[in-house]
Design a protein around this ligand. Structure first.
Ligand code: SF4
Ligand code: SF4
Length: 300
C-alpha cells in the first residue's frame, strides 16, 4: 500500500480539483482529505457519512468561580492574555477571574500555578472526523471547529484512519488531499508518505511557494514531482517553474491546461475527468498514467 500526497505551496492552485480527478481514475484507493482547515473535497465527491467521531486535540482552562480567591496569579502567568478580572463574585470576593476560551492556547500554566485548585484544565472537542463512502471508494475527512487549532494532530488522525481502512480492505493506495502552505498540517500530511505531487500555478508566487514545499519534501526525503496547473496562462513562468523543479532533482510531469470545463464540472459536483474527455481531463489522465508509473517503480 502506498500513500500519495497532493500538496501545493498555497491555496487556489486547483489542487483539490486534481485530487478529485485522480480519485476517479485510481482503482482501489482510500481518499483522505487532510485539508482540515478548509476541507472541500466533499463538495465534489458528495460522501455519504457512515461514521462520525469527535476530535479532542487539546485542553483548555476554565476557572471555577466558586473556588477562586481573586489572587491574580493566573492572569500574571498567562502569556496569551486570556484571563480577565470580570468573573462573577462568590461570597468571598466581589469579582473573580475568568478565562476567554477563544484566547486560551491550552498551555496549562495557569492551572499549574493556581494554589487554590480553582482552575479546571480539561480536554475539549476541537472538531469532528468522518468515515464516508463516495462513488470512488471510502473517504476519511474532518472538520476543525471555528477558531480551533491542533490541525496537525487532526491531519495525523485522518491519515492514520485512511491507512487503517486501506490495510483492512487490502486497497493499494491512500490518496491524500494535503493542506496548502508549509506549516504543521502539511508536515503531518507528508511525513512518512511514499510520494508527493506538488500542484502549482504559473505565477511568481507559485514559483516561490513551490520552492518552499519542494524543500519540505526534500527535508523528509520523500520523492516528489511537480505539475503546473493552468500552465498555458503563463507559458514563460510555467517553464521557469519546471526548470527550477528539475534543478532540484524533482520529476516534472506533464502540464494541465486552463480549461473552463473544470469549473463546469465542479458546478455539477463532478471531477473534470467524469465530465469531459478532452482538454484538462486528458491532461489529468496523462498525469495519472505518469504517477502510476512512478509509484509502480518504487519498492513495495
Ligand atoms: S490563580 Fe486561582 S485563585 Fe488566583 S485568581 Fe487565578 S483562578 Fe483565582
Ligand atoms: S491554559 Fe495557558 S493560555 Fe489558557 S488561560 Fe491558562 S495560562 Fe492562559
Amino acid at each position: 500500500m502506498k500513500e500519495l500526497v497532493v500538496i501545493s505551496g498555497k491555496g487556489g492552485t486547483g489542487k483539490t480539483s486534481v485530487v478529485a480527478s485522480l480519485a476517479a481514475l485510481a482503482d482501489k484507493a482510500v481518499l483522505a482529505d487532510c485539508d482540515v482547515d478548509a476541507a472541500d473535497l466533499h463538495l465534489v465527491l458528495a460522501p455519504t457519512i457512515r461514521r462520525r467521531e469527535n476530535f479532542t486535540g487539546g485542553s483548555r482552562a476554565r476557572i471555577k468561580s466558586g473556588h477562586c480567591v481573586a489572587c491574580g496569579k493566573c492572569e500574571e502567568v498567562c502569556r496569551f492574555r486570556a484571563i480577565f478580572y470580570d468573573g462573577p463574585g462568590n461570597g468571598r470576593v466581589d469579582r473573580t477571574f475568568r478565562v476567554d476560551p477563544i484566547a486560551c492556547e491550552g498551555c496549562g500554566l495557569c492551572a499549574h500555578f493556581c494554589t487554590y485548585d480553582a482552575i479546571e484544565f480539561a480536554p475539549v472537542v476541537n472538531g469532528r472526523w468522518f468515515v464516508s463512502q463516495t462513488r470512488f471508494g471510502p473517504m476519511v475527512h474532518a472538520r476543525l471547529g471555528v477558531a480551533e487549532e491542533n490541525s496537525g494532530k487532526l491531519v495525523s488522525l485522518v491519515r492514520a484512519e485512511a491507512k487503517r481502512i486501506a490495510e483492512d480492505r487490502k486497497l493499494e493506495l491512500v490518496l491524500i488531499d494535503g493542506p496548502p502552505g508549509i506549516g504543521c498540517p502539511v508536515i503531518a500530511s507528508i511525513a512518512g508518505s511514499d510520494f508527493v505531487l506538488i500542484v502549482t500555478e504559473p505565477t511568481l508566487s507559485g514559483l516561490h511557494d513551490l520552492r518552499r514545499v519542494a524543500e519540505l519534501a526534500e527535508h523528509f526525503g520523500i520523492p516528489a514531482c511537480v505539475c503546473v496547473n493552468k500552465a498555458d496562462l503563463n507559458e514563460e513562468v510555467a517553464g521557469e517553474i519546471e526548470a527550477d523543479a528539475a534543478s532540484r532533482g524533482l520529476s516534472v510531469t506533464g502540464r494541465i491546461r486552463y480549461d473552463p470545463a473544470v469549473t463546469h464540472a465542479q458546478i455539477r459536483m463532478k471531477s473534470v475527468v467524469e465530465y469531459a474527455d478532452e482538454g484538462a481531463a486528458a491532461d489529468i489522465r496523462r498525469l495519472w498514467d505518469d504517477l502510476s508509473a512512478m509509484l509502480g517503480k518504487q519498492e513495495p
